[in-house]
Design a protein around this ligand. Structure first.
Ligand code: PGA
Length: 244
C-alpha cells in the first residue's frame, strides 16, 4: 500500500482529484468506481472545476458506484443516486446514461444485486475504484463480519454506521437499515484502488487497514492483499500510523 500524506481535507481532496484526473487523461474511456459520503465531496468539486475549465474530460468515462440504501427512490434526496447527481454528475460532461448506482428502489434484493454484478462484470471492473472508509473499517457497506463478502449483496447496517450516517438525516429513525453494496471481492477486482480518509475519527480504522491483521473484522484490511492501493489521508487520520 502506498500512503500519501495530506495536510488537511482540501489537500487530500486535491490529491485524490489529481489521481483520478491522471487516470482519465491516460484512459479517456476508463471505468471509475465511485463512492459517496463526506470524504469524496471535495475531490468531486475539484474535478468539476477542472472539467468546467476544459481540463478533465468525462465524456467517455463510465462509472459504477459502490452502494445504495435499500428502499429509497432515485430522486430521494437521501439516496446515493441523488448524491452523485448533485455532487458530481450534474457538474461534469459525463453522459449520465454511463453512470450506474445499485438500484435501491428495487425491493427484490436478489434481482437488484445480481443485475449490478452483471453490469459491473460486463464493464470489466473499474480501472480505478475510489473508496472512503467507515469508522469501523467498512468499505462500501461491507461491515465488520466473520467473513469477507463476494458480490453485490443486501446488508443490514450496523448501529455504528446508522449513527455515523444519521448526521445527514433529520431523525435517526429516518436512516435506512439496509443497503445494497458491492462485495469485497468485487472491490478487489478493481485494477487500482484509491482510499481517502480525513479526520481523527478515522485514525483507528486507517491504522488497522494498513498495519493490522487482514481480517473481516476490519473489511478495509483486505486491501493489504491488493497490489495497487493508494491511501490518501490527512494528518489526523494518520495519527496512529508510524511516521514514514
Ligand atoms: P464518510 O463515510 O466519507 O462520510 O466519512 C465513509 C464511509 O463510511 O465509507
Amino acid at each position: 500500500m502506498k500512503i500519501v500524506r495530506a495536510r488537511d481535507y482540501d489537500d487530500m481532496s486535491r490529491k485524490v482529484a489529481n489521481i483520478i484526473s491522471a487516470q482519465v487523461i491516460l484512459k479517456p474511456d476508463c471505468v471509475l468506481g465511485l463512492a459517496t459520503g463526506s470524504t469524496p465531496i471535495g475531490a468531486y468539486r475539484q474535478l468539476a472545476g477542472w472539467n468546467q475549465k476544459g481540463d478533465c474530460d468525462f465524456s467517455q468515462v463510465s462509472t459504477y458506484n459502490l452502494d445504495e440504501y435499500r428502499g429509497l427512490s432515485h430522486d430521494d434526496p437521501q439516496s446515493y443516486h441523488y448524491f452523485m447527481k448533485t455532487n458530481f454528475f450534474d457538474h461534469v460532461n459525463i453522459d449520465q446514461a454511463n453512470t450506474h448506482v445499485p438500484d435501491g428502489s428495487n425491493p427484490d434484493a436478489d434481482a437488484a444485486c445480481k443485475e449490478y454484478d452483471r453490469i459491473v462484470a460486463a464493464a470489466g471492473y473499474p480501472d480505478l475504484q475510489l473508496l472512503g472508509i467507515g469508522n469501523n473499517g467498512h468499505i462500501g457497506f461491507n461491515e465488520p463480519d466473520d467473513h469477507f463478502s463476494k458480490g453485490t449483496h443486501c446488508v443490514n447496517l450496523t448501529e455504528s454506521t446508522i449513527q455515523a450516517n444519521s448526521r445527514l438525516f433529520d431523525r435517526i429513525e429516518d436512516v435506512p437499515r439496509q443497503a445494497y453494496t458491492m462485495g469485497v471481492q468485487t472491490i478487489m477486482f478493481a485494477k487500482m484502488i484509491v482510499i481517502a480518509a480525513n479526520g481523527s475519527a478515522k485514525a483507528q480504522a486507517v491504522h488497522d487497514m494498513c498495519y493490522g491483521p487482514v481480517t473481516p473484522q476490519c473489511p478495509a484490511s483486505i486491501l493489504q492483499l491488493h497490489d495497487n492501493v493508494v491511501v490518501v489521508a490527512d494528518e489526523a487520520a494518520l495519527a496512529l500510523c508510524p511516521a514514514e
